[in-house]
Design a protein. Structure first.
Length: 494
């Protein structure tokens, strides 16, 4: 009896292809559907061997022997259980978007065709890679065609909304905070819509514009991120924004840009808008050397921020400062934590003032600012003070979080994977800062465990490779009045 003539063989084949597809689709979703990035940027590339390469080799090598029994044993007793455990360990599982559903529909179609042709027509071996390759290829072609339609629709929509003022924000870090502060302040007087969460790619903005922007909105606040030269240019050409904010430029994502000059050049692509009237650039930034001729005039629209500051106070309870506006110092107080957030709030104030908000309204709006979830967010429980800074992944921000933690009277615990997409020197500097402040350092994940373990010497250290055990560790080792700082939070695939 031919190996692939039985129903059991066909079911096994279908499960096998879907298992491979699930792994591949999950990793692609993490890395913005780029095969190049999952091959070159994945921090746990050994997973590709365990969950994709080895299964294919075993399928090709074992299926022909003993009527496939060796492969069945491997697949059902080893591969599927391991893949299930891998799935359970993930804190960022596959999201079943319409794109993913279309992908699996294509794969299912080619599985059915493969089974019908190979089993019932040619009576030959079924090749697992055929539906996988054809499914992903057709899905990519389909997505490309659909996206062209969506992008054109988004462009036309913005062109039709002539009264909509658009504010675009970029920078190495702080983009999301600036966006949220601008939106919170302006919404006291205008109908404002801001991109949700950390949506900041060209594709993400296209979807956001099509789904969420409407004629009732007066202001659209958009975040622009980049992984390579040209990414922000593409976003600027779509938005054709009126206001631009270039936040602090630093070494975040340096592995993509290689040097600070390329990073700066990419961030200044935000000036590639023909409707630009105001540009706000963080005062410590260097400027791009040159812009295309049609945008050179935009360099003259740059205003450095923040203006002069005085009376700065940044504690675990509040932040207050005085900001010079029209040659007069104006005082502001808010519940937002972090000295660096003064710069972010300052540029939000400057934009709001440019759009017509008066000083009294600005002071009230700043006082109402609410912390952005997972960014220096203070949470008081019955037993502990928690500083949730898990979405902050840069050295400057983490250093400020450590400074704030040092103000606490009591034991201090830090939970961190270190810095992701940063160089070794930055992680060593972070370790030295941790060493001076904390009583317990819980290091999560493998990525920076060796560096941090080597350079953190004073606190008690706990290396925690499985984050699911974190709550148990904190419960066992925690005491009344502890401060726990969650500094950065890399997903389990990092």
């Amino acid at each position: 009896m031919n190996l692939f003539l039985s129903l059991f063989d066909i079911v096994t084949y279908i499960l096998f292809v879907f298992a491979l597809s699930y792994y591949l689709a999950t990793t692609l979703q993490w890395y913005n559907y780029s095969f190049l990035r999952i091959l070159t940027k994945h921090h746990k590339s050994i997973w590709h061997i365990y969950y994709f390469v080895v299964p294919l080799v075993m399928y090709a090598g074992l299926s022909m022997f003993y009527h496939g029994m060796l492969f069945y044993g491997y697949f059902y007793l080893m591969y599927l259980p391991l893949l299930f455990l891998w799935y359970k360990s993930l804190d960022k599982k596959l999201v079943w978007t319409q794109r993913i559903k279309r992908l699996f529909a294509f794969i299912l179609l080619f599985i059915i065709l493969s089974v019908c042709l190979c089993v019932f027509v040619f009576h030959t071996h079924i090749y697992a890679l055929v539906p996988l390759i054809l499914g992903f290829l057709c899905a990519n072609v389909c997505e490309s065609l659909l996206f062209r339609i969506y992008a054109k629709k988004a462009h036309n929509k913005l062109q039709q909304l002539q009264n909509l003022k658009i504010i675009a924000i970029t920078g190495s870090y702080g983009k999301t905070s600036i966006k949220n502060f601008i939106a919170q302040i302006l919404q006291q007087q205008f109908s404002v819509y801001a991109t949700p969460r950390s949506v900041n790619t060209y594709k993400g903005l296209v979807a956001d514009i099509n789904q969420n922007i409407n004629a009732t909105h007066e202001i659209y606040v958009a975040e622009a991120g980049a992984r390579q030269v040209g990414d922000i240019k593409e976003i600027a050409e779509l938005l054709q924004h009126h206001y631009a904010v270039i936040g602090k430029i630093g070494h975040a994502h340096i592995e993509y840009f290689k040097n600070i000059e390329t990073t700066t050049k990419t961030k200044f692509e935000l000036l590639y808008s023909t409707r630009l009237t105001h540009v706000f650039v963080q005062k410590d930034n260097s400027y791009a050397n040159a812009l295309p001729p049609q945008f050179e005039a935009n360099m003259k629209k740059i205003v450095a921020y923040p203006p002069k500051l005085k009376d700065i106070e940044s504690t675990l309870e509040k932040t207050s400062f005085s900001l010079e506006l029209d040659s007069i110092f104006v005082s502001f107080t808010c519940k937002i934590l972090g000295r660096f957030n003064i710069d972010n709030i300052a540029v939000a104030i400057m934009i709001a003032k440019t759009l017509g908000m008066d000083i009294n309204a600005l002071q009230k709006a700043v006082a109402k600012l609410t912390p952005i979830p997972h960014r220096l967010q203070r949470i008081d429980t019955a037993q502990k003070v928690i500083i949730d800074d898990s979405f902050n992944g840069n050295l400057e921000g983490m250093s400020e979080a450590i400074r704030l933690a040092s103000l606490h009277n009591g034991r201090k615990i830090i939970v961190t994977p270190g810095l992701v997409e940063h160089d070794e020197a930055s992680n060593i500097e972070l370790a030295q800062k941790i060493d001076k402040v904390f009583d317990i350092a819980i290091i999560t994940g493998d990525l920076n465990a060796k560096i941090l373990d080597t350079h953190i010497t004073t606190p008690q250290k706990i290396i925690l490779k499985d984050k699911t055990k974190l709550e148990e560790v904190l419960a066992e080792g925690g005491k009344q009045n502890d401060l726990v700082l969650f500094a950065n939070d890399a997903p389990s695939y990092i």
